[in-house]
Write a protein that binds this ligand. Structure first.
Ligand code: NAD
Length: 433
């Protein structure tokens, strides 16, 4: 039984690598020729912890092959994962062009008894429409089209794929159940079988809930600044209640990445198209945007102006342990600061390319600091916690640290500032001098 994975991005490549190391024979297909060439050379086109090793093992065992010929991958697979991107259209709704492109190709090249698994995040009703389109195009011999949303977290994608909390399957045909059990034999997670539209909405509900939690604590961070309270105390005080839990209660400059902003916007548009409004999610977006505006205003206020100021920026990826900068807060930070005339030198442990030519990337964290008016942290990479502060303070023109991720506790900073002349500003907490 061959498994085809179409679209080898963060989701597809991790899916392919994990399945190829768990008793399955996998074909990975992507239209991006350079990606496939890199994979043929044994190089992963993205960074995920453990991914290189899994791909090398699968290659050595002969359980994975790569191709750009999507038709051939469709013809040869019994189970076919669709993991292509579903980016935003200008109005924020989901662009399903890549999904429909694959649908057309399956209508032409699909096999009898084939199980099609939509892994891409798609608006409610898409999986039903996918199956309907196949039938309209005279392909009626597939077993089922199911929706199996992916909940992996970038930066821990391999771990999350192999050890999921749950597997959600939106299906139509009961006979897929044994096949799904066999496919995911390596996981002990409960499998939730449900309607296809429910599965589609579960993914959006999960992402928007997590984003809402981040905006909730960020909303309180603004109140804390007004009252001189400490947002870390609030997060601890509510997070110890198991009904709330401590996860996603870290105040900061806001969420980013390829999923939260895009999926929330797509859900708002989907609801709107069906005559509904989602005020909680509209507020979630607003608060998220305001966090960065507020952060840069504080920086500007402290420096007097941003014009011709030099900023040392640590962290470009939207979260640690990934090289992904899609919708990263660092992009908006740079846009705001550059528009106000600031010069930015940046360092990130994994990011090697950034879309703004004016932001100079350096290969060592200290290399961006010399003569800088402020040091700004936008990604909570653990290595930023262990900087040599003596060296940092000697390099900076002014020993100002703006921490957009509350990477340090107030106690740690108070302790540090006893021996170093640091002035520390963070989110939702009094500044420390
Ligand atoms: P990605 O942009 O990293 O990868 C998509 C891949 O699909 C690219 O390699 C692209 O070349 C390929 N592709 C596009 N059109 C194609 C076609 N016609 N034929 C073959 N390949 C094609 O995207 P991603 O981050 O892996 O996300 C994929 C989907 O999974 C999206 O719907 C996303 O919302 C969802 N998702 C992503 C994450 C995540 O953390 N990145 C998590 C859960 C769900």
């Amino acid at each position: 039984m061959k498994i085809g994975v179409i679209g080898l991005g963060y989701v597809g490549l991790v899916t392919a690598a994990c399945l190829a190391n768990n008793g399955h024979q996998v074909i990975g297909a992507d239209i991006d020729r350079s990606k496939i060439e890199r994979l043929h050379r044994g190089q992963a086109p993205i960074y995920e912890e453990g991914l290189d090793e899994l791909l090398a093992q699968a290659r050595a065992q002969g359980t994975i092959e790569y191709m750009t010929d999507i038709a051939q991958a469709i013809k040869e697979s019994t189970i076919l994962f669709v993991a292509v991107g579903t980016p935003s259209l200008p109005d924020g709704s989901a662009n399903l062009d890549y999904v429909w492109d694959i649908c057309e190709q399956i209508a032409t090249y699909g096999q009898d008894g084939q199980l099609i698994i939509l892994k891409s995040t798609v608006p409610a009703g898409t999986t039903d429409a996918f199956a309907e389109r196949l039938i309209q195009n005279n392909h009626t011999r597939f077993l089922d089209v199911i929706h199996n949303p992916e909940f992996l977290r970038q930066g821990q994608a391999v771990h999350d794929f192999l050890h999921p909390d749950r597997i959600v399957i939106g299906y139509e045909n009961e006979s897929v159940i044994p096949m799904i059990n066999k496919l995911y034999h390596f996981s002990e997670a409960p499998i939730q079988f449900c309607r296809r539209t429910s599965a589609e909405l579960i993914k959006y509900a999960a992402n928007s809930f997590l984003a809402m939690k981040i905006s909730y604590i960020n909303m309180f961070s603004q109140l804390c600044e007004a009252f001189g309270a400490d947002i870390s105390d609030i997060a601890k005080g509510i997070g110890t209640d198991p009904r709330i839990s401590p996860h996603f209660l870290q105040a900061g400059v806001g969420y980013g990445g390829s999923c939260f902003p895009k999926d929330i916007q797509a859900l708002i548009q989907l609801a709107k198209a069906h005559g509904h409004t989602l005020p909680l999610l509209e507020a979630t977006q607003q608060i998220n945007r305001r966090q960065m505006t507020h952060f840069t205003e504080k920086l500007e206020q402290r420096l007097g102006t941003l014009d011709r100021k030099r900023i040392a920026l640590l962290g470009l990826s939207f979260k640690p342990h990934t090289d992904d900068i899609r919708e990263a807060p660092a992009l908006r930070f740079c846009e705001i600061c550059m528009a106000k005339g600031a010069n930015i030198l940046a360092y990130d442990p994994l990011v090697r390319a950034f879309p703004y030519a004016h932001v100079k990337l350096v290969s060592d964290p200290y290399a961006c600091m010399e003569g800088a008016n402020a040091l700004v942290i936008l990604t909570d990479w653990p290595e930023f916690r262990t900087l040599n502060w003596q060296r940092v303070c000697a390099l900076l023109r002014e020993p100002l640290l703006f921490d957009g991720r509350n990477l340090f506790s107030t106690q740690e900073i108070k302790f540090l500032s006893q021996s170093h002349p640091l002035e520390y500003h963070s989110i939702g907490r009094p500044h420390v001098k």
